[in-house]
Design a protein around this ligand. Structure first.
Ligand SMILES: [Zn+2]
Length: 613
């Protein structure tokens, strides 16, 4: 972010004013006359707790502390740059030292702003409010100097306030020197530390401070604030709402960064000219958000040519390949949120335009598809950063993404695979064949009954296959069907001879799945004995046998005679069916088929076929 705005726009301000670390000691002194224009960040710098944006929790606690007169000796303000740490430190200094308009007031959470102390602190010229940039003064000698000074009473205020910016930059020795003073601070001294990296501050120091974590200001709050600044009573600048949003987003929670961007956008638009979204897009080098929406829509429709054309356009406009993917990633998250929480119209980080675009996409996409898009983008962003040609790498990611909507989710894929190996019985059971056809089906398919037992009883290798199918273990199921010869079945021990094409860990994985399914430990013992034919081989021969038997059935014979050329294709067997619970196959709980009003299949004289002949 810091690279986005030229430093000379902000540098007319004093070093301390520019805030922690950013322009640090490097900012040169400027002639006073040059500062005719005050940057927004300085002009609108909050002077009271009430003016701080987005830090309600901290403000509440500080107010209480002042109201109760329980003010800590040292404060630690943490947060990303530009959220208001230094500003808060100065308000604290003012609150401690304000004497009120009549000069008789004590410490207050609402400094008057008019007493000599308030005014001197506001103007950065109070002798008792000392700001130190730890980034430039890190040594133990610097700290000794401070500590020496704390022994002297304040020159004009009640309290000496030391504001130490980027305190984590202090050296180890410097911290140790500071610690002694922190343990027993003189009553007329307060410390306010600010840091962007509290993890680098020794715990011994942290533990002696009242800590406030200043949060990133949400984009919605920033946008509202910027609008307030742009209003006719203040800057009187016309700004498109979308432009405000872009700035608020780019500020990434930092009020100061946002105000700098606003400054810059106003300057770029020119005097009296409204600030449009396009101005901001150009200024920030952003991929146009509208383009990101369109790109996303084209991606999910799988229109590769259109996607690449849009991507080229973005590149031509100077967008960065990684940024485009980042924007897409962010937008996938937005769409997913809108999808999950349809009331996300109240999502404060979305402009109305963005919400509508997200809503439109969300309606046509499933959560699994969005989840996969997210993962592919996340992985793709890493690839782009590592690739020698980032643009080419980004294109490859986009092309892959074009197929994201076509891909069945992994669960569905496995189900399709298992349906391929095991007969798709459930659909048949929902449409039971009528009359004569049921005779062919031998009542098997309709035996699928909802079971309530939590753990299936496994009475045969066929039951084991059922469990694998039910649990979507397509690979294991296929190998059990085609590569496993049963030598001995004695639960919880199954002895098998495995064909070499089965994976090496087949037995271990099978045991694991069975244990999971039955809550019992299973042993899959591998044997060299020949064992039974595989289940698939059994099915094949059983199918042939059933076809032969079916062909002998009087009704089937009649049909075959009536339709020359007709064949018995397949006679399903109940045990082909991937039953919800294999126990259904153990024979004890078959549904009462006899109770159904079935036509007597073994009486060809009564069948309609016969009568029509
Ligand atoms: Zn005052």
């Amino acid at each position: 972010m810091s690279g986005l705005f030229p430093e000379d726009r902000v540098s007319p301000e004093s070093e301390a004013d520019a805030g922690p670390g950013l322009f640090a000691a490097a900012a040169p002194e400027q002639p006073q006359g040059a500062a005719a224009y005050r940057v927004l960040a300085r002009k609108y710098r909050p002077a009271r707790f009430a003016d701080l944006i987005g830090q309600d929790a901290m403000v509440r606690t500080l107010r209480n502390a002042f109201a109760l007169g329980r003010i800590a000796h040292a404060f630690m303000l943490t947060g990303v740059r530009g959220v208001g740490k230094t500003t808060t430190a100065r308000i604290i200094a003012r609150a401690l030292n304000c004497t009120g308009p009549d000069g008789t007031g004590g410490p207050t959470a609402d400094p008057c702003g008019v007493c000599p102390d308030c005014r001197a602190i506001l103007a950065d010229r109070h002798p008792d409010v000392i700001e130190i940039d730890a980034a430039s003064r890190t040594g133990v000698d610097d700290v000794r100097e401070i500590i020496e000074a704390t022994r002297f009473r304040p020159l004009q205020a009640r309290t000496k306030v030391y504001v130490v910016d980027e305190v984590h930059m202090l050296s180890r020795n410097a911290f140790n020197a500071l610690l002694k003073t922190l343990e027993e601070p003189p009553p007329h001294v307060k410390f306010v530390f600010a840091t962007t990296d509290p993890r680098k501050v020794p715990v011994t120091v942290l533990s002696r401070c009242q800590r406030f974590d200043l949060r990133r200001v949400p984009a919605a709050e920033l946008a509202k604030y910027f609008q307030w600044i742009a209003d006719p009573e203040r800057e009187n600048v016309e700004i498109e709402p979308e432009a405000l949003w872009l700035i608020a987003r780019a500020a990434d929670g930092s009020v100061r960064d946002g105000l700098s961007l606003l400054d810059q956008a106003i300057a770029q638009a020119g005097p009296g000219v409204p600030v449009t979204a396009n101005v901001v897009i150009g200024m920030l080098g952003l991929a146009d958000r509208a383009l990101v929406f369109d790109l996303m829509a084209a991606l999910f429709k799988g229109i590769v040519a259109q996607v690449l054309e849009m991507f080229d356009k973005a590149m031509d406009c100077g967008a960065d390949p990684g940024t485009v993917l980042q924007d897409l990633l962010e937008f996938v998250h937005t769409v997913t949120r809108v999808k999950t929480l349809p009331a996300a119209g109240n999502n404060p980080d979305l402009s109305e335009h963005e919400f509508n675009a997200a809503k439109q996409l969300a309606d046509g996409l499933s959560i699994p598809v969005l989840g996969r898009a997210w993962q592919m983008l996340l992985k793709g962003i890493g690839e782009v950063e590592a690739a020698p040609d980032r643009r080419v790498a980004a294109e490859m990611v986009l092309i892959r993404l074009c197929h994201v909507a076509d891909l069945p989710p992994p669960g569905e894929l496995v189900r399709r695979l298992s349906d391929g190996t095991a007969a798709a019985a459930p659909s048949r059971s929902q449409n039971p064949p009528s009359g004569g056809a049921r005779a062919l089906a031998q009542g098997g398919a309709v035996a699928v009954a909802p079971m309530t037992e939590p753990a299936p009883r496994l009475a045969s290798l066929r039951d084991v296959a059922g469990v694998l199918a039910e649990r979507r273990e397509a690979m294991l199921h296929a190998h059990l069907m085609h590569s496993a010869h049963l030598v001995h079945f004695a639960p919880p021990v199954i002895e098998l001879r495995i064909e070499p094409e089965a994976p090496r860990d087949f037995a271990a994985r099978l045991a694991a799945v069975l244990q999971q399914a039955t809550a019992t430990r299973w042993t899959i013992a591998l044997s060299a004995a020949p064992g039974e034919p595989t289940l698939a081989e059994q099915d094949k021969s059983a199918g042939a046998a059933r076809r032969a038997a079916a062909g002998e059935h009087p009704l089937v014979r009649a049909i075959l005679e009536a339709f020359p050329g007709a064949r018995v294709e397949m006679v399903p067997n109940a045990t082909d069916v991937p039953l919800p619970h294999a126990a259904a196959l153990s024979g004890t709980e078959l549904p009462p088929l006899a109770a159904e009003p079935a036509e007597p299949p073994d009486d060809p004289e009564n069948s309609q076929w016969e009568q029509e002949r």
